[in-house]
Design a protein around this ligand. Structure first.
Ligand SMILES: [Fe+2]
Ligand SMILES: [Fe+2]
Length: 397
């Protein structure tokens, strides 16, 4: 007979206190394993460009990797129809008839427990372990435990754990402005949040896309506008595949060539006026500057202030070593949008975009370098650096 802990929550995001509580429960109640049971998003909550269920699952996976006795249970994310805890614990009971099940929950959940759907089923099949939250008064938790014991025929017990003052909501609110807050998630989760642009103060809706669509229709030549729509839609699809906020990617795609249809003189002018550095090759071929000028126009002309969007636009022609996820999405979308038909092995590269994004980036760079080698004058050193970076990355991984 095994003793199995099941820790329910949204984990948006998972942080060090969650891990501490799971480990305290393992030790105190001699559990054999703790599963993080990641709750699904209720149907009425709109997360169109927010944090997806998959983002939360990814972060839990990253946080518990290499920590013994911790595991993940994603059944509530993928369950069809309404998902209630009593269904999950009935399933546990049927799947593990010989095991003892412990349901780990925060004290805030316990206070509400009587209002859940069929709480008596949960308390029949599982011992409830309550994790105190920062600022909890011990008497009120003990009172809630006592009340539940009286109301339901089950076991309710306290986990001895001193919670710090942190809640997931504080991480969501202050991730980008506080190093102290950042330190409360592990390195892998911290990198994931940054790479996926989660909890950004900038979020976008379909009305932003419509506004920029109108602006691009006026700004760009018809063929460039058609290409832009292709890139924006492809960026949206790739973002869904790679769990990046999809409308943010669509906005970046919409603006990526916003400085394409202006004169070379104007591009140089904008750079000089705004202290944007120009390389020798960019002086020689000023069209290469449309990325940098486009990034500048994002803020100054189109009121899109997201640094990650500006960066993706700035590097979309050459790429750069160690691109973040949005950089890669825009770089790839620009190359494979449906209007493209001249590049070699496009079918392979398009398929790869949805199965192995880094390999896809590498193949595009390889083809770009081969093409540029036949026109050596035009080679931008950044393209070569980027190619070398991804070549060695692919070889080493
Ligand atoms: Fe471009
Ligand atoms: Fe483009």
């Amino acid at each position: 007979m095994a003793r199995i802990g099941v820790y329910g929550g949204t984990f948006n995001p998972i942080h060090n206190t969650h891990i501490g509580i799971a480990q305290a429960a393992l030790t105190q109640y001699k559990l054999d394993k703790v599963y993080f049971l990641v709750a699904g998003t209720p149907p009425h909550k709109n997360t169109a460009d927010g944090i997806s269920d998959i983002n939360r699952l990814d972060m839990v996976r990253i946080a518990i990797k290499n920590i013994p006795l911790l595991d993940i249970d994603d059944r509530e994310i993928y369950r069809a129809g309404k998902s209630y805890s009593y269904i999950t614990f009935s399933e546990y009971h049927n799947e593990r008839p010989d095991d003892e099940i412990f349901f780990i929950m925060g004290s805030d959940s316990l206070i509400n427990f009587k209002n859940w759907v069929k709480p008596e089923v949960i308390s029949e099949y599982a011992t409830v372990l309550v994790a105190p939250r920062a600022g909890d008064k011990m008497e009120s938790i003990e009172h809630a435990i006592h009340e539940c014991k009286n109301m339901f025929d089950g076991d309710f017990m306290l986990i001895n754990y001193e919670a710090n003052a942190l809640a997931s909501s504080e991480i969501r609110d202050s991730f980008y402005s506080s190093d102290i807050i950042k330190a409360d998630v592990c390195d892998g989760v911290r990198d994931y949040i940054k790479n996926h642009n989660l909890y950004s103060k900038y979020t976008y809706s379909i009305s932003d896309v419509a506004r920029l669509d109108e602006a691009m229709k006026k700004e760009l030549k018809p063929s460039r506008y058609t290409h832009t729509i292709g890139v924006a839609n492809m960026a949206y699809s790739l973002a869904i595949r790679w769990n990046y906020p999809a409308v943010t990617a669509q906005v970046a795609g919409m603006l990526h060539d916003c400085a394409k249809c202006i004169s070379d003189e104007k591009r140089i002018n904008v750079c000089e006026k705004n202290n944007i550095p120009i390389t020798d090759i960019e002086y020689k071929f000023p069209h290469l500057l449309h990325g940098k000028v486009g990034a500048h126009y994002c803020k100054s002309k189109y009121e899109v202030f997201d640094e990650q969007i500006a960066h993706a636009i700035a590097v979309h022609t050459t790429g750069c070593p160690n691109m973040n996820l949005l950089d890669k999405i825009i770089f790839v979308a620009d190359y494979i949008e449906p209007g493209r038909d001249k590049q070699p092995r496009l079918d392979v590269i398009r398929a790869m975009a949805f199965t192995d994004l880094d390999m896809c980036v590498y193949l595009i760079l390889e083809d770009s370098v081969n093409y540029l080698n036949s026109n050596p004058d035009m080679v931008d050193p950044t393209t070569i650096d980027t190619f070398e970076y991804y070549k060695s990355y692919i070889e080493k991984r």
